[in-house]
Design a protein around this ligand. Structure first.
Ligand code: SF4
Length: 747
């Protein structure tokens, strides 16, 4: 690794030099190895290209690209945007470094070594596609469509996902964005108000905002953070519930330093207090509530004192929160959260948040939950075929759903268990598209064992990741700056009276370099080789976007002429739909054996000597996807572990000490990080940023930097209603200089 270390230092110093120069002079060469000004003075040809849509995270801010001599050199927010405006975040700016990252995948590669210890051979696209098509066809013919599983992520994975789901006919598709992130939120709100909530809270107009576990400022999504900041500027009271003094907690009026896993108890006590003191919105419930009586009976045991004991916080503080919310109702934003797969009891917590919003009458009102849906555009994709043989793992022998409130797709753990046991059938072909299930899903060794037993594994990605080491064929995809793609729609960021909507198709800001291809080309070529040529819905990604835009009466040329974004009059977001209701008690949930009213399910405490490992986002990275970006790596190259300062003293640790970890199952972290001591964290938890510690040496900037928190999640817990993973149920001790150090959490 001497080469990589040297190179990493070189890249970091090159990047620092680049930052010190005017960005307009930062030009990468064709190979991407050089990041320095190349053009002699006076030879510049500058232009601005419209139509970019960022994908350094999922939020999709609208961009313009600045080009010099036909090379993209800078990204800026599109001044026409009514969403992010001219603002983009550090990651959005650093998209230029993704574009020219020398480590990016450039050519199709065949693994002529072992899975997990690959030796790569450059091959032609024809050879690569022939192998993908023939191997997947063979799996399909031998085991049926259910013999193929897919782990997709991101907008480019939608087209291939629909091919494998609808046309080939496998149910075995699992998206990390659902089963390890927001799926629980969406299904819990669907079971309560019939709609997935997004992050659609009207914070600019809120008089009070409640956030559970969210850490705005560390998690940055531009229009969302604008809403949040505007709300605080406008004087909203701010309540943050978090075991850690996060960036949000630092701005709060009330910081609830809650014991991890007990959030539902906290919410039940607030709701019971509002009901028993008649501080809820009775008119709203009369008109829109359903099952309110059963609900109040179910939560009546939740006194402030009982919750205080369970949550390890003062009863007076729970009461203070309840009164603050009631006094500002209905203009309160109860934030639904996003990455909410925490403790394996999360469906109930999300139901409780949806019910609390109803108790306060905070749906479709200023400052409350309001939908932020954009205009309708088309969704051209693969047609659904009938597949009698395809088996849905989520159905048991009695044709009942194992996880009745699962997000779309199949719970990841059902796919993994089936692949490993071969029961009820073998799963032998694996397509991984933009997802990194090694660093996304608890049970890393299990994932590796699943991949080991496959007949064929293919990966498609922009960058190498930990999972691409397990591919037989690895295909290079174009980045978001080089392709057409799905259409971003939305509303004006601040829900102002002059409500407007927008349509922003992703358009390339420059042509692809090397041999990278887009999702439609790759999928269609594989489909042809698997015998599905007649089913192909579009020949090119551009054709797909044109057809989708046509549904809204638009074309790419028109939107381009309008500056990359079409803006039109919107609808009143506060208009209550006619059939809206809040199911405080949901009989469908009760009918399938789960609590019909939100219910607290306790989680296990840390074993002696351990603390619970929790994680979150950092402002300059999108989990592991941006780790190799040299600008972002410079900004935050590692993920220091937060440790309570009093405990640190007892443990003989101080800021900057280098430590590793051992978890409750004896698993030791492969790499190390540094200690950050702080009074701003409970004694029963430690915290770190998620997505660090990649093991792939092809990520020469990021390899071995920080600790991979997912690797420490060997204990697997599942949310019983949804089958989604609980990601905060593992416990660690520290290792320093080879010595294991107990954490005196009872101190
Ligand atoms: S929030 Fe940042 S990374 Fe995410 S889409 Fe916007 S600019 Fe890109």
């Amino acid at each position: 690794m001497a080469f990589n270390l040297t190179r990493r230092k070189f890249l970091q110093s090159a990047s620092l030099a680049a930052v010190a120069l005017p960005l307009s002079k930062v030009i990468a060469s064709e190979t991407g190895v050089t990041r320095s000004p190349l053009e002699p003075a006076g030879s510049f040809k500058d232009e601005t290209v419209v139509g970019g849509v960022c994908e350094m995270c999922f939020w999709r801010c609208q961009l313009v690209g600045k080009k010099r001599n036909d090379r993209l050199v800078k990204l800026e927010g599109n001044p026409k945007s009514i969403d992010n405006g001219t603002s983009i975040c550090a990651r959005g700016n650093a998209g230029i470094q993704l574009l020219y990252d020398p480590d990016r995948l450039k050519f199709p590669l065949k693994n002529v070594g072992e899975r997990g210890k690959p030796k790569w051979k450059k091959i032609s696209w024809k050879e690569a596609l022939d192998e993908c098509g023939s191997k997947l066809k063979k799996v399909n013919e031998t085991y049926g469509p259910q013999g193929i599983c897919m782990f997709p992520h991101g907008s480019t994975a939608k087209y291939p996902m629909h091919f494998f789901e609808r046309t080939v006919g496998t149910h075995n598709v699992s998206e990390a964005s659902f089963f390890q992130c927001r799926g629980i939120r969406d299904t819990a709100y669907l079971a309560t108000i019939g709609m997935a909530p997004g992050e659609n809270v009207d914070m600019p107009n809120a008089k009070a905002i409640l956030v559970l576990g969210g850490h705005f400022g560390e998690n940055i999504h531009i229009s969302h953070i604008k809403r949040y900041v505007k709300g605080l500027q406008n004087g909203a009271k701010f309540i943050v519930v978090d075991p850690r003094y996060s960036a949000s907690a630092a701005k709060s009026d009330i910081w609830v330093k809650i014991k991890p896993g007990t959030d539902t108890a906290f919410l039940l006590a607030i709701m019971n207090y509002l009901v028993t003191t008649k501080k809820y919105d009775a008119d709203f419930i009369d008109e829109y509530g359903d099952g309110f009586e059963e609900f109040t009976k179910a939560i009546q045991g939740w006194s402030l004192e009982r919750a205080a004991k369970e949550c390890d916080i003062p009863a007076a503080q729970i009461k203070e929160v309840a009164i603050m919310l009631a006094e500002n109702a209905p203009n309160v934003s109860i934030h639904p959260g996003r990455h909410v797969s925490w403790y394996g009891n999360d469906f109930q917590r999300q139901r409780a948040l949806a019910c609390l919003t109803g108790l306060l009458g905070a749906y479709f009102v200023k400052g409350g939950w309001v939908p932020a849906k954009g205009p309708k555009v088309g969704k051209i994709s693969w047609a659904k075929q009938e597949h009698e043989a395809a088996h849905n793992l989520n159905m048991n022998e009695d044709e009942e759903m194992r996880y009745p409130f699962t997000p779309p797709g199949t719970p990841t753990e059902l796919i993994r268990d089936t692949a490993l046991s071969g029961k009820p059938y073998p799963i032998k072909g694996c397509v991984i598209w933009g997802q990194n299930p090694i660093q996304t899903i608890p049970g890393q060794q299990k994932m590796k064992d699943v991949l080991k037993q496959m007949d064929f594994v293919m990966c498609v990605d922009v960058m190498p990741t930990d999972v691409t080491m397990w591919a037989d064929i690895l295909l290079p995809e174009v980045s978001y700056l080089e392709r057409y793609d799905l259409i971003k729609t939305g509303t004006q960021w601040d829900f102002s009276e002059k409500q407007q909507q927008y349509i922003a198709p992703r358009m390339p800001l420059m042509a692809p370099m090397f041999e990278r291809k887009d999702q439609v080309y790759i999928t269609n070529e594989i489909a042809k080789r698997m015998g599905y040529e007649k089913d192909i819905p579009v020949k090119t990604i551009e054709e797909m976007v044109e057809k989708n835009l046509a549904v809204a009466g638009l074309s790419l040329a028109q939107v381009r002429a309008e500056g990359g974004i079409h803006i039109q009059a919107g609808k009143n977001p506060y208009q209550m739909p006619e059939d809206f209701e809040v199911l405080f008690f949901n009989e469908d949930i009760a009918d399938v054996g789960f609590p019909g009213a939100p219910t607290y399910i306790p989680v296990k405490d840390s074993p002696a000597g351990f603390a619970r490992l929790i994680y979150g986002r950092v402002p300059v990275h999108t989990f592991n996807r941006t780790q190799n970006n040299v600008w972002l790596n410079n900004a935050m190259p590692s993920n220091p572990v937060w440790l309570n300062d009093e405990l640190a003293t007892k443990m003989g640790l101080k800021d900057g000490d280098v430590v590793g970890f051992i978890n409750q199952d004896g698993f030791k972290s492969r790499t190390t990080t540094t200690v950050k001591t702080t009074p701003g964290i409970r004694k029963d938890v430690v915290y770190m940023g998620h997505g660090y510690g990649t093991a792939n040496p092809l990520m020469s900037v990021a390899v071995d930097a920080g600790v991979d928190d997912t690797s420490l999640m060997t204990k697997i817990t599942l949310d019983p209603e949804t089958g989604a993973h609980g990601m905060r149920n593992n416990f660690v001790k520290f290792i320093k200089d080879g010595n294991i150090i107990d954490i005196p959490t009872s101190a």
